[in-house]
Design a protein around this ligand. Structure first.
Ligand SMILES: [Zn+2]
Length: 184
């Protein structure tokens, strides 16, 4: 994974480590050998499919993989409101206050990034709190990633995150991470 970073401010190192690790988990999972197999097994109402899409599971998997093959930016904003984040084009925005909370785990962040990647791949979901929610591509993918990360976190915790060189340029409350998948 190639990571290009721009830091108009001094980022909090723990936040940055969390983000880089979460993105790595998501990219590794989506680009792993088992990904298509895992996606193909997804069931909704007794058949192998996802809710809210006419695409079959193979097509869903391939569109999600494609969505990781282009650049996207992740930015943080600060807000005391319980808004976690949102996606706009190739940019994902996350609330620094929530992501920085120790109770908000890497698995949670990875699930949210995967969710937004599913949106980027063209999948949407029904209104919040509907029972079919968890079976839509964005939520189902998020749950798969979360389960995977929670299982592996013990192991990968021991691996150092790449040194990515912090730049302390200004005090703007904004910074951008630019990611591009470039193979393993
Ligand atoms: Zn969504």
């Amino acid at each position: 994974m190639e990571t290009e970073l721009h830091f108009p401010i001094e980022p909090k190192p723990e936040l940055e480590n969390k983000l880089v690790k979460a993105v790595r988990y998501v990219y590794e999972f989506i680009n792993s050998k088992d990904f298509v197999k895992t996606m193909c097994k997804h069931e909704f109402q007794g058949s192998e499919c996802f809710a809210d899409t006419a695409d079959n599971n193979v097509r869903v998997a391939s569109k999600v993989v494609d969505a990781t093959r282009t650049h996207f930016n992740i930015s943080f904003f600060t807000s005391r409101k319980r808004i976690l984040g949102y996606a706009h084009g190739d940019e994902l925005f996350f609330n620094e206050t929530i992501v920085g909370d120790p109770d908000y785990l890497i698995g949670d962040l990875a699930a949210n990034i995967a969710h937004e990647i599913a949106h980027k791949a063209g999948y949407s979901h029904c209104m919040d709190n509907h029972w079919t929610w968890a079976y839509t591509v964005p939520y189902a993918l998020g749950l798969m990633v979360k389960e995977k990360v929670n299982k592996e976190e013990g192991r990968l915790n021991l691996i150092e995150v790449d040194s990515i060189g912090l730049n302390h340029m200004s005090k703007l409350r904004y910074y951008v991470y630019r990611f591009l998948y470039s193979g393993n």
